[in-house]
Design a protein. Structure first.
Ligand SMILES: [Fe+2]
Ligand SMILES: [Fe+2]
Length: 188
């Protein structure tokens, strides 16, 4: 049976796909702060995995389209700077105890910068892409993103229970490498 949560991602173009992921990320950022201990660790791993796939899709598939649009170079650069900053904050967070006050404070800052970044994409970048690309091209871009994300081994298969129990997420930098590999090989 089809999981209804997957339907919206199948119904639109790449912008709709990324907007749906923004909503999921917003929810997970709140989940991290609302939880403690193992649960907080779990949500922190989940949001990092989601961001690794999402930001890689934007870097490899969206940014080249943005740069081609009039005035797009500056818009693309602004978003890349924000993403690179977020990666540094994540690397710092990964060294902290998730239950420490230090982590909670830093994570609140991280959450706000991710929210600001998503809003900048939604108000500056995505409208520019809609104006300057054929609807068809944006549907094809969604197919590319979906294909690559399906290949990205950034999280254990839901049915692989024993693997999931032993699963260690590892650093964000490694998640990004795996996502980039999947995007590169999905084009071959
Ligand atoms: Fe982004
Ligand atoms: Fe985004």
């Amino acid at each position: 049976m089809t999981d209804v949560r997957e339907v919206p991602n199948d119904a639109g173009d790449v912008i709709q796909f990324l907007l749906n992921q923004h909503q999921q990320v917003r929810g997970l950022l709140d989940d991290v702060l609302a939880a403690t201990g193992e649960d907080r660790r779990h949500y922190f791993d989940t949001v990092r995995e989601m961001l690794a796939r999402h930001e890689t899709a934007e870097e490899m598939i969206i940014r080249p389209l943005t740069r081609k649009a009039p005035g797009g170079e500056q818009v693309a650069e602004g978003r890349m700077d924000e993403e690179n900053e977020a990666k540094e904050v994540l690397a710092a967070l990964e060294k902290m105890d998730v239950d420490s006050a230090e982590f909670a404070q830093k994570f609140r800052e991280f959450r706000q910068s991710v929210l600001d970044h998503a809003q900048a994409e939604e108000t500056q970048e995505f409208p520019l892409l809609r104006q300057n690309n054929d609807p068809d091209a944006l549907v094809k871009a969604r197919d590319r993103v979906k294909r690559a994300e399906d290949m990205a081994p950034t999280h254990p298969h839901p049915s692989a229970k024993s693997t999931a129990a032993n699963y260690v997420a590892g650093p964000f930098a490694a998640m990004l490498d795996r996502a980039r590999d999947a995007f590169s090989s999905s084009d071959k």
